[in-house]
Design a protein around this ligand. Structure first.
Ligand SMILES: Cc1cc2nc3c(=O)[nH]c(=O)nc-3n(C[C@H](O)[C@H](O)[C@H](O)COP(=O)(O)OP(=O)(O)OC[C@H]3O[C@@H](n4cnc5c(N)ncnc54)[C@H](O)[C@@H]3O)c2cc1C
Length: 391
């Protein structure tokens, strides 16, 4: 079975590894370098506190891999389990939190409901006053996406996958509706390119924010939009302890988490508008006005971010967003598997997704997670899910 994986981010690499491990002949093509898309720009959050069963299931199916990553792949990804702390300002959100915790616990997650005072025990700089409830899971945390890329890439190569960087998929060939291969173009040393046709029984679209474009090559219309998101690295006026959780004020969308030595990452999307970005030509830098606003919002509920807080640097990356904040994971056309549109959660869901892609290609279905609700025709059928726990 020849499989061509398009995209060398965490999702494509996890899929390439799982496929090669199960005996498929895998070629992964990445148009730039490994992880240089959204993966390198992620905040590294890993959690099982989602509001829909399928997202929680993807988290729980990924968890064993994150928990034993170093043993399995020989790379320490710096996974720090400080927990995620979600905060609710209104009774309506608190009610949803109660339902979420019930559902998450039923599926096996260690989530708990907290009072604002208990939340402040977990995050000592937190002002509990604006909040009415919180949820916490001590098993959630953050890891380094670049190291995870290295781990998966090494394991995929060891399992026999061929990984080709600076090699773009430029066309997808179909015969009698079935995918039979792709045109790939490799950028040469001297600036030229060389095209070749690769035969494949399956092409996997793991192109993240570019997935819509890759879908078009196979005449598959995907509702996946590239949306720009920013992160700031700040030196807070009071150092954020390294043990503090990733803390999200859900109703404003503001979040922060500790880095090392008291430094923190601060993020959130606050603008009313959310236009599509051009994944090949968006501003990868952080806007200082956005960063000042993000720090001010964080300072409104956490004492760490007083007026002396200094903005050190930052960056922007892309979420691959679908209308219901769930990915499309399916065989979209015969021989064409899509695994994209993770809407800001794709780093953490990559281990389960890699296995699911391998199951779809090699077995025609999967029993790891029920992904029937992740087919793209859910939007036409009016059966879209809505993930509300997003930042
Ligand atoms: C600011 C920010 C914070 C985030 N924080 C988190 C977080 O805390 N937790 C979390 O789980 N997720 C987070 N995310 C989301 C996460 O980064 C993505 O969901 C995840 O990286 C998606 O991985 P991917 O492999 O699908 O995409 P990518 O990493 O974008 O990989 C896709 C790859 O496909 C390549 N490609 C595109 N077109 C072609 C082509 N035609 N031929 C060959 N290659 C092609 C691209 O170059 C790219 O490398 C965050 C994202 C951003 C922007």
């Amino acid at each position: 079975m020849d499989v061509l994986v398009c995209g060398g981010g965490i999702v494509g690499l996890a899929a390439a590894y799982e496929l090669a491990e199960r005996g498929a002949d895998v070629t992964l093509c990445e148009k730039g370098s490994l992880g240089n898309g959204s993966t390198a720009r992620a905040a590294g959050g890993i959690r099982s506190q989602f509001s829909t069963r399928v997202n929680v299931a993807l988290s729980l199916a990924s968890k064993p891999v994150w928990d034993a990553f170093e043993e399995r792949f020989g790379v320490d990804i710096g996974f720090r389990k400080n927990g995620y702390l979600f905060l609710a300002r209104s009774e309506a959100t608190a009610e949803r939190f109660r339902e979420n915790v019930r559902m998450q616990r039923e599926l096996g997650a260690a989530s708990e409901l907290l009072t604002p005072a208990e939340a402040a025990e977990r995050c000592p700089g937190l002002d509990p006053e604006p909040f009415v409830a919180a949820t916490f899971n001590p098993e959630d945390g953050v890891a380094d996406p670049n190291l995870a890329v290295q781990g998966y890439a090494g394991a995929a190569r060891e399992a026999g996958a061929e990984i080709r960087t600076k090699t773009a998929v430029t066309d997808v060939y179909r015969e009698d509706d079935r995918v039979v291969g792709a045109e790939v173009r490799e950028a040469g040393e001297a600036g030229g390119t060389a095209s070749e046709r690769l035969a494949a029984d399956y092409v996997v679209n793991a192109a993240g924010a570019w997935a819509g474009r890759v879908g078009e090559l196979a005449n598959v219309d995907l509702p996946i939009a590239p949306r720009r998101r920013q992160v700031a690295v700040v030196e807070p006026s009071t150092p954020v302890p390294e043990s503090a959780p990733l803390t999200i004020d859900l109703e404003t969308g503001s979040y922060f988490r500790p880095e090392r030595d008291g430094v923190a990452l601060v993020g959130g999307h606050f603008a009313e508008s959310d236009p599509d970005a051009d994944p090949d030509g968006y501003d990868e830098g952080m806007e200082i006005d956005w960063a000042a606003g993000a720090v001010e919002r964080a300072g409104a509920y956490a004492d760490y971010f007083g007026p002396e807080t200094r903005i050190r640097r930052g960056w922007a990356g892309l979420y691959a967003v679908t209308p219901d904040h769930h990915p499309v994971v399916e065989e979209s056309a015969p021989g064409f598997v899509t695994a994209a549109g993770f809407s800001g959660h794709g780093f953490q869901h990559a281990p389960a997704t890699g296995r699911i892609v391998a199951d779809l290609v090699l077995d025609g279905g999967t029993d790891l997670v029920d992904v029937s609700g992740l087919a793209r025709d859910r939007f036409e059928r009016g059966e879209a899910l809505t993930e509300r726990s997003v930042a």
